[in-house]
Design a protein around this ligand. Structure first.
Ligand code: C5P
Length: 221
């Protein structure tokens, strides 16, 4: 069974997806980590981001492995390195490229094959797993997402202003929403949840309730 969770950056979907997978005893797939790892590979190879052919070539040659928690790039654990702002700023060059999306989407389908899995990203319900039994689109207002990010960074000892975070986030939203293939959008049959007034615990409980209802229905069919 596939549970697809999509939504914009900072909507909290990553930690919800991870925890939901744990509670349900499902596998977990962070598809952003795949995009991030390929981006890191092109940065390390010093590829010109305007050279799409070279980007596609590197993307097709790297070996990516997702073990359910960490991401390996050619055998090296890059789970920390892929979170750097340099990687985040460069992802769009790869995520905009249809051929790279095709390769990574195929890899995501291979990972999910035959498994019970919670998968999280931007295009999971609408593009990669249109057949997913449960589709959620978690969102929140830009201000609330920026505020949450501010708190998260503070807890990690990093200090950025609210305005800096909001500006970067608006830029990323625009990039994610406007790419020709695989843009951020809710699938027609996704349940959209605005989490502005919800705690993470409430969002998790809500997601689990929805999934368990679908599981029960499937069992009685
Ligand atoms: O989820 P995360 O913020 O780590 O994703 C980083 C970036 O990777 C997103 O902003 C988006 O550009 C890209 N991405 C994507 N499709 C996905 C997951 C991530 O284009 N399924």
């Amino acid at each position: 069974m596939i549970v697809a969770i999509d939504g914009p950056a900072g909507a909290g979907k990553s930690s919800i997806a991870r925890q939901a997978a744990q509670e349900l005893k499902f596998d977990f797939l962070d598809t952003g980590a795949l995009y991030r790892a390929v981006t890191l590979a092109t940065i390390r190879a010093q590829i010109d981001f305007e050279d799409t052919q070279a980007l596609v070539k590197v993307a097709s040659e790297v070996e990516l492995e997702w073990d359910g928690d960490i991401i390996l790039l050619n055998g090296e654990d890059v789970s920390g390195a892929i979170r750097s702002p340099t990687v985040t700023d460069a992802i769009r060059f790869l995520a905009d490229e249809p051929e790279i999306r095709r390769q990574l989407s195929a890899q995501q389908r291979r990972i999910a094959e035959g498994r019970d899995i919670v998968t999280e990203g931007r295009d999971q319900g609408a593009e990669v797993f249109p057949e997913a039994e449960c589709k959620f689109f978690l969102t929140a207002s830009p201000e609330v997402r920026a505020e949450r990010r501010l708190e998260q960074l503070k807890s990690e000892g990093r200090h950025l202003s609210f305005e800096q975070i909001l500006t970067a986030q608006n830029k990323r939203d625009l990039e994610d929403e406007s790419r020709p293939v695989g843009r951020l959008r809710a699938a027609e049959d996704a349940i959209v949840l605005n989490t502005d007034d919800m705690t993470p615990e409430e969002v998790l409980a809500w997601v689990l309730k929805q999934v368990r209802e679908v599981m029960e229905k499937r069992q009685t069919q």
